[in-house]
Design a protein around this ligand. Structure first.
Ligand code: PLP
Length: 491
């Protein structure tokens, strides 16, 4: 394809993307194709002779679009929605056009310098303390692919800091602390690093948040066994229920364990810190006081298309001590002089995408006010949805609504005298069949979870095009399916 052919194909692509967005609401949220559908439609080997691009572009529409689940659909309430914007898409387009792996400052100074500035803008938007700023030249921020990578990088830095402070420590004694509600990223990091992971218990009466006392007990038990916890992954906004670990209590307990690193995973809810009224709930003061590292994802609820995970550390030296490997071929004059950031030493891979461009586009186009308005809109919609659930006697909230997440289930009255375990089993079975009905519908998408043995359904708001009318329509669907399932159940 030459430049003029690209111009033509590019205009057509933008036209088709616009048509896709215009028609999004008419599409099923969930892809309706069976597993393996594509293998039957695509030849088993790449073509020997190049094909006409128009045929390829048409095949995208014909073969790929039907196999997409539409995360930008306004009726997408599953997982945590990923709010994508046109500004973000254009940022990625420009970044791809330059295709610059920006691992050293000298590879392309704009890539490193924009990232350093945009990470400071974002830190200030979220109210993070000055020690997290790149301009502090002590701490700083870096973009990673995902929150899982951010956690892995933080844990690698924590391990390196710990083993340099405790050279006698054996790797088999090191333990990563998470909770039973931590995202699977904690266990994944332990698998990758060949380390032990201990999931601390959290209680429903604490709304599934880690308490200082539980941590204190675990530390004493592990000390007695000769184990060495070296990092705690705390969460602001857990996946299953939006729980916020008690960072104040955690910080107090860990005051006497200064070599234990606190990583705060706020992959989803961290963006609420842009709004002053949510900072207390999201524990900004404690993040600033106690966290060694903090992560949130712009690519979930932060209006930037995937991927854009942001990680800040209190002291960048811990990252570079752990990750700086500089063979001769990677040395540069500026890197040797120590006058620039070489981001390759702040993450796992060498090459990196120019992700800050799309964040820059979005923050400038929305402004801080537009960003805050968007977060507030999602939370208002969730408050509205939770009120509908609360008012319906056959439904119940499993936990209090958190940020833009409501976790609920059907909970009709059961015969009196039924033992608690039998009640739980009956309601779980009822809710599983309810969820199966919802999941079979093409016009809404939700996901399930389990909290303390209770099967429940999550309703997560955050897709950029969801309005109050969509939420009301979703509630009508939930009621309609509930009526059918409850009628069968009582028959
Ligand atoms: N942390 C939390 C609390 C999450 O809810 C999720 C995903 O939903 C993640 C981490 C993982 O995010 P990523 O896909 O960026 O690794």
């Amino acid at each position: 394809m030459d430049i003029e052919q690209f111009r033509k194909a590019g205009y057509q692509a933008i036209d088709r993307i616009c048509d896709y967005y215009y028609s999004l609401e008419q599409k099923p949220v969930n892809s309706q194709v069976p597993p393996g559908y594509l293998r039957e439609l695509i030849p088993p080997t790449a073509p020997e002779q190049g094909e006409d691009f128009q045929t390829i572009a048409d095949d995208y529409q014909k073969l790929i679009v039907p196999g997409l689940t539409h995360w930008q659909h306004p009726n997408f309430y599953a997982y945590f929605p990923t709010a994508c914007t046109f500004e973000g898409i254009l940022g990625d387009l420009y970044a791809t056009s330059a295709t610059n792996p920006g691992f050293n400052w000298a590879c392309s100074p704009a890539c490193t310098e924009l990232e350093a500035v945009v990470m400071d803008w974002s830190a200030k938007l979220f109210g993070l303390a000055d020690h997290f700023l790149n301009s502090s030249e002590v701490g700083g921020g870096v973009m990673q692919t995902t929150a899982s990578d951010s956690a892995l990088v933080a844990i690698v830095a924590a391990r390196s800091r710990y083993t340099s402070q405790h050279p006698e420590a054996k790797l088999e004694d090191l333990v990563i602390y998470t909770t039973t509600q931590t995202h699977s990223l904690g266990v994944k990091a332990a698998l990758v690093l060949g380390l032990e992971c201990r999931s601390l218990e959290v209680k429903p009466e604490d709304r599934f948040a880690l308490r200082g006392e539980t941590l204190r007990r675990a530390l004493a038990e592990d000390a007695a066994k000769g184990k060495r916890p070296f990092v705690l992954v705390a969460t602001v906004g857990t996946t299953s229920s939006g729980a916020v670990d008690r960072l104040g209590e955690i910080g107090e307990v860990l005051q006497d364990h200064s070599s234990i690193w606190i990583h705060v995973d706020a992959a989803w809810a961290g963006v609420t810190l842009a709004c002053p009224e949510f900072r207390e709930t999201a524990q900004l003061d404690h993040i600033n006081r106690h966290a060694d590292s903090f992560c949130t994802n712009f690519h979930k609820w932060g209006l930037v298309n995937f991927d854009a995970s942001t990680l800040w550390v209190r002291n960048r030296k811990h990252l570079t001590d752990a990750l700086d490997v500089t063979p001769e071929f990677l040395r540069t004059k500026q890197g040797d002089a120590g006058t620039v950031i070489d981001y390759r030493n702040w993450h796992l891979s060498l090459g990196r995408r120019f992700r800050s461009l799309k964040v820059w586009f979005v923050l400038r186009s929305y402004g801080a006010k537009g960003f805050r308005d968007y977060i507030r809109k999602s939370i208002d919609l969730n408050t509205h949805f939770a009120a509908l659930v609360r008012a319906e006697p056959s439904f119940s909230l499993v936990t209090e609504p958190a940020f833009a997440l409501t976790v609920f289930r059907l909970a009709p009255a059961l015969p009196t005298g039924l033992p608690a375990a039998a009640q739980l089993a009956q309601l779980n079975a009822l809710n599983r069949s309810y969820y199966a009905k919802l999941n079979a519908r093409p016009d809404i998408y939700l996901t399930q979870t389990q909290l303390n043995g209770t099967f429940c359904i999550r309703f997560a708001i955050g897709a950029a095009r969801t309005t109050r009318a969509h939420v009301d329509r979703a509630w009508a669907i939930l009621q309609e399916e509930a009526a059918g399932v409850l009628a069968e159940w009582t028959a």
